[in-house]
Design a protein around this ligand. Structure first.
Ligand code: AMP
Length: 992
């Protein structure tokens, strides 16, 4: 740098690519007239020294300091051409562009009297390049004009005005140059000439170092590209570059340097990662803390290695944490699911220590041991869903043999389990396996393989059968033998079921010359039937063979040696008595499953048998704290108080909607016990089609009975609201549910006594459930209850004649009521026997009249109703039969297609034929109201049908056209019109 140079740093801010970067500009001075402080020895031309004609050196004092200036002032003269040339100015290589800063004073031409004509106020700046100092030789022609310089402010007589102007001399290429100032007649003084060039100073940007650079590019180039070098331990994909502008500013850095792995950027250098930190990749990120379960390494770590006993799975990132092997699964237990089928379920809890991983899976190994010899179970045992790769903590094991010891080893695996087998085993590694040994101690019932006839007579058959041995053979195997006559075409089929303790039997009292079908099946000691049963046919003799004729009757009731339990089941086959002929029923119509009869049954306990009825409540109902019950809305009125819909939110139970029956204040103790007796009864039942008791509140003043909530309320109302809108199939489905509930009750020897659609509740899924179990309900609760001559209150229309006559309430009388419920269902909640009085109803029933088939009632369904209303209660079907029959009808919907005969005159009865007083209807709306079709009044009016005469003219298509679309409604109106036309209508109900 020039010894006279003055460094001046200028700061500027340049916005590059949206980022402000601070740049410093530096000026390198080549010539400074004022700073030299002495006479400069610049050449003047013309050469007349001492005359007043050209530039001359004048020493001045300015602000107290001495300085040399060049002045010229020939304003009175013509054609002035005075030159002042600097000494040779050395150029710096690459400084092709220099700045010339001038300070000067120019006198105002107007301040010269009379000389203003030739007076000038400007001067010219010239330059001339040269490779060497040419001394005093001066030729004007070698100079090129740079600029004409004019003052911004001119100096008057009494005021000095200093101007500063800067000009650029460009495209310099030779070793040096001269500047020259041409005066053409001004009066001026040159106070200062400063020649300098600009540089971009050496800098470090983004970890790249750039050297000091002369501003601007070559000839006419505004920018100079400068290559940089990455700092130590830094690298860059693209070599770093930056541009130096003409003004000495760095702009547009390209290509970033980033610290190498193991180093991080700190103050424009790359520094080693500190101990316990690492950096795996080239980046400008800071070093990261070593992840868990890794070793703490010294500084400059690229990665942190796993600590002892910790690993990274092949798919784990090398920068992630290390994990340990999982510990053993916990709480391994075996639960027997189906003992006799050799099945169990193994289940376990996830390991306590998963090693910090979530990819835990399990494998199960099975070994079977006989004595001390163990071997893998192999194919002999099935593990489902699989034996390895299990994500769930359970597995189903099947095909286990009884009395063998099985050892199950459950191992927890994770992504790092493959390291478990590598290297020497370490004592501190937790075991990943859990082992359980178990055995199934059950007796597999043997399989009956063949049946043989040992002896036969006119009335007896001796049979025996063989069994496939099982290991070990159960000590006492029992057998179930079922037989029936082969060609049992009668209405009544008899099945006989024998439970035998021997594999042979002699059966007596058979019919001569008759084929019988036998089925035998072995039972396990627990009573469950073994594999498949075997069926065979044997026939008794038609004639007594000679050899046997003398032996007489062979056996009595006792069967040789075998203890025999005999269950004889008689099944009534309901004969189809449809008016229209249908296919005859074959033997497959037998809808009885003998196994049902073998089930041990729970019996209903009458709460009255308890001396203290509160004990019954305690036994059969769970107590609920009233704070767990929230009443929301009254939904009905019970005998003892309001019925509410509400919410039960008891600890340990799922929150849910409930019905809450309350007991009115002011009750007596007797009323309280009667109220709660319903809960004691309901609490004994558990069936899909019986309303479920959730619990009772008895320990507080306001007693409550809480039951499941049935969204659709009572069945009779539900059906009335959907008159004609539900298909038979759905209605039969509802009946099936009710029958299933009643079967359950009859199995428990419970007689309901008040079965009616109003006492059936319907939920959201259209499931029907039997309700209303209060002990006093038949007497008090039911609005249908009527006092009879035999005493007591009875819902006459629903009750079987024998129950009305002499209070013979049985499951058979419940079957009668069920028949009435079926009718209510098919008639969409119509009142049985309409508005006949109870007296009329009883009379009609005694005279063998029965309700007629409702409209659109499937014939099979009506036939079943009629069976339920058989006078002889022993002939009525029982609930199991009813369930089976309805089940069969539902399984073959075709069977519902045949519709029972319908007589509109009796089915829509009195109101459809005339007004209530027996006179014809006075208006269309009165008629519509009587058949409960008032909703169509407007349709008739709009269609102009306003008189009954017009109604009588209507055909089915007309009814449809006025907007009656629902088939049920269409039929109801059409049938009513038919009835109106028929003047001979009778008021009788259907006679059986
Ligand atoms: P009850 O005293 O049992 O005859 O009940 C009177 C009325 O309350 C019934 O007719 C139903 O409308 C209604 N109700 C009773 N229990 C329930 C229940 N569990 N779910 C819905 N509504 C019910």
């Amino acid at each position: 740098m020039d010894s006279r140079g003055i460094k001046r740093l200028l700061f500027s801010y340049v916005l590059i690519n949206g980022i402000f970067i601070t740049l410093q500009t530096k000026e390198e001075v080549l010539l400074d007239m004022r700073a030299s402080g002495s006479e400069l020895g610049w050449l003047t031309w013309p050469y007349e020294q001492g005359s007043k004609q050209g530039w001359e050196v004048v020493q001045r004092s300015l602000n107290g300091s001495q300085l040399y200036t060049y002045t010229v002032c020939n304003v009175g003269e013509h054609e002035q051409d005075n030159w002042l040339r600097t000494t040779f100015i050395q150029r710096r290589p690459s400084a092709s562009r220099v700045f010339v800063e001038l300070q000067f004073i120019v006198r105002d031409c107007n301040s010269f009297d009379g000389s203003s004509l030739t007076c000038k106020e400007t001067f010219n700046l010239f330059s001339s390049e040269s490779d060497a100092d040419i001394g005093t030789s001066f030729r004007k022609g070698q100079f090129k004009k740079v600029a004409t310089i004019a003052p911004d402010e001119i100096t008057s007589r009494n005021e000095l005005r200093i101007n500063t102007e800067t000009r650029v001399v460009e495209s310099l290429s030779r070793k040096g140059f001269y500047l020259a100032f041409q005066d053409i007649g001004a009066c001026m003084a040159l106070l200062s000439v400063r020649v300098y060039y600009k540089t971009c100073p050496a800098t470090v940007k983004s970890l790249a170092a750039f050297p000091e650079t002369v501003a601007g590019g070559g000839v006419n180039q505004a920018l100079r590209e400068v290559a940089g070098a990455c700092a130590k331990n830094a690298v860059s994909e693209e070599s770093p570059r930056i541009y130096c502008t003409m003004d000495g500013e760095w702009v547009v850095p390209v290509g970033q340097c980033q610290c190498m792995p193991g180093y991080e950027a700190v103050n424009d250098t790359c520094r080693d990662c500190q101990p316990g930190f690492f950096k795996a990749f080239v980046s400008n990120d800071a070093c990261e803390l070593c992840p868990v379960n890794t070793k703490q390494l010294s500084s400059g770590a690229l990665l942190c290695l796993c600590a002892e006993d910790f690993y990274r799975a092949p798919d784990d990132p090398t920068t992630g944490p290390c994990s340990g092997l999982p510990s053993a699964p916990r709480e391994l237990v075996a639960t027997t699911t189906q003992l006799a089928a050799g099945k169990l379920q193994l289940s376990w809890s996830p390991p306590e220590d998963t090693g910090g991983r979530s990819d835990i899976s399990y494998s199960v190994e099975c070994r079977r041991c006989e004595g001390t010899a163990c071997q893998p179970c192999g194919e002999k045992v099935r593990l489902e869903p699989a034996s390895s790769g299990l994500m769930d903590t359970r597995v189903e094991v099947s095909e286990l043999e009884p009395h063998l010891n099985y050892t199950f080893t459950v191992e927890a695996h994770s992504g790092v389990s493959l390291f478990a087998s590598q290297g020497a085993p370490r004592s501190n590694r937790p075991p990943s396996t859990s082992t359980l040994t178990t055995a199934l101690h059950y007796t597999d019932p043997p399989k009956v393989t063949s049946m043989r006839l040992d002896e036969r007579s006119l009335t007896s058959l001796s049979l025996s059968w063989a069994v496939a041995p099982r290991r070990p053979m159960p000590q006492s195997t029992r057998y179930k033998l079922t037989y029936r006559k082969k060609d049992d075409n009668l209405d009544v089929t008899t099945y006989t079921v024998l439970i035998l303790e021997k594999s042979s039997v002699q059966i007596s009292d058979l019919s001569p010359g008759t084929a019988y079908l036998f089925r035998v099946q072995a039972l396990s000691p627990e009573g469950s039937p073994g594999g498949s049963s075997i069926e065979d046919e044997f026939e008794t003799l038609t004639e007594v063979p000679l050899s046997q004729s003398n032996t007489g009757v062979i056996f009595g009731a006792a069967v040789g040696g075998a203890a025999m339990l005999m269950i004889v089941v008689v099944v009534l086959l309901i004969r189809k008595r449809r008016r229209r002929s249908h296919t005859r029923q074959g033997p497959e119509d037998t809808y009885f499953s003998s196994s049902e009869q073998l089930k041990p049954l729970k019996t209903y306990v009458d709460p009255h048998t308890y001396e203290d009825p509160n004990m019954a409540i305690l036994k059969f109902a769970s107590e609920i704290h009233p704070s767990h019950v929230t009443k929301q809305k009254v939904i009905g009125a019970g005998e003892f108080g309001e019925v509410y819909r509400g919410i039960l939110k008891a600890p340990g139970r799922k929150e849910g909607a409930v019905a809450i029956k309350t007991l009115k204040p002011g009750y007596s103790e007797k009323q309280r016990q009667d109220f709660l007796s319903e809960a004691s009864i309901m609490g004994q039942f558990s069936h899909q089609n019986i309303i479920r008791l959730e619990g009772v509140v008895t320990k507080f003043k306001h007693a409550m009975i809480v039951t499941e909530y049935m969204e659709n309320g009572a069945l009779d109302k539900y059906l009335k609201d959907r008159d004609g809108e539900m298909p038979s199939f759905q209605l039969v489905g509802m009946m099936h549910g009710i029958a299933a509930g009643m079967k359950y009750l009859s199995d428990m020897s419970y007689v309901h006594r008040d079965l009616a659609a109003r006492n059936i509740l319907v939920n959201n899924n259209l499931e029907c459930k039997v309700s209303d179990f209060g002990l006093s309900r038949v007497l008090e609760d039911d609005p249908e209850g009527t006092y009879t001559t035999s005493g007591g209150k009875i819902p006459i229309r629903w009750t079987a004649p024998e129950a009305i006559a002499y209070r013979k309430f049985t499951s058979a009388s419940d079957v009668w009521s069920f028949g009435i419920v079926m009718w209510e269902v098919m008639a969409f909640g119509e009142r049985p026997y309409w508005d006949m009085s109870n007296c009329e109803v009883m009379k009609a029933i005694n005279e063998a009249f029965r309700l007629p088939a409702p409209m659109d009632c499937p014939s099979a369904v009506y036939q079943l109703m009629l069976q339920c209303w058989l006078q002889d209660r022993s002939k009525r079907p029982r609930f199991p039969d009813i369930v089976s029959l309805l089940d069969k009808l539902l399984r073959s919907p075709e069977s519902l297609k045949a519709i029972a005969d319908f007589d509109p005159r009796v089915s829509i009865r009195l109101p459809s034929t005339s007004g209530s007083d027996g006179s014809p209807f006075r208006s269309v709306s009165e008629w519509l109201e009587s058949i409960k079709m008032s909703q169509y009044s407007e349709n008739f009016t709009c269609a102009g049908v306003v008189t009954m005469d017009q109604v009588l003219q209507m055909k089915n298509v007309d009814i449809k056209n006025i907007g009656v679309r629902l088939p049920g409604h269409l039929k109801r109106i059409a049938y009513s019109i038919l009835g109106l036309k028929d003047q001979t209508s009778t008021l009788s109900v259907f006679a059986v």
